[in-house]
Design a protein around this ligand. Sequence first.
Ligand code: SF4
Length: 229
Amino acid sequence: MSPLCRRYLWAMGIDVWVRRAAPREAGGAPDPGGRAGEADGDPMGLEAMRRTVAVCTKCELHRGRTQTVFGVGDPHAEWLVIGEAPGAEEDRQGEPFVGRAGQLLNAMLAALGLRRESVYIANILKCRPPQNRDPRPEEVASCEPYLMRQIALVAPKVILAVGRIAGQNLLKTTTPIGRLRGRVFEYGEARCPLIVTYHPAYLLRSPREKHKAWQDLLLAKKVYRERYR
Ligand code: SF4
């Protein structure tokens, strides 16, 4: 188990039992950790973490949820979409970005030449805040280790942060979304390109802003092509 994984387990309040490592031959392969660790039976692979999150009571939001909304999609996706928190429909179905906002997200992905199943979709929070209010800082802090571990496991090539809450929390800033979008940030030690755009639910209310979201998607596509193709 990698030190990073151990840190996440600790942050989630999970006891860690570490088996003594067998001596490695000189020149042997180093412990890859991260995604390979999952294949090796890493106890905090995505599916194990989904089960942990399903019974999480680390913040008050567990009291009002129907179920947790962990994340969905290709566990080795190149594109990671991160939203805010489950709404009423997501809470009912247990899947992020369903309903009309989900359909619009699917259309946005299709505009990038991506199918919903080929990306990974997650939220800052895994439980629905009451009346869809903004997440509180202590709730974000409680839930953050789950998302960080998801990002580490998926190891995306591009992160699309949709909406103010996602953009501000991932970038640890209070800058308004209007000044976050249209720029390329780098996230984490892997310096994964991160682009912020408007949330589909906002675009449904403000269709005139759709052209800006389209520009953001083009920017994300350009970054992906320049870096990886
Ligand atoms: S929002 Fe996150 S930290 Fe809070 S109870 Fe749900 S899973 Fe746990």
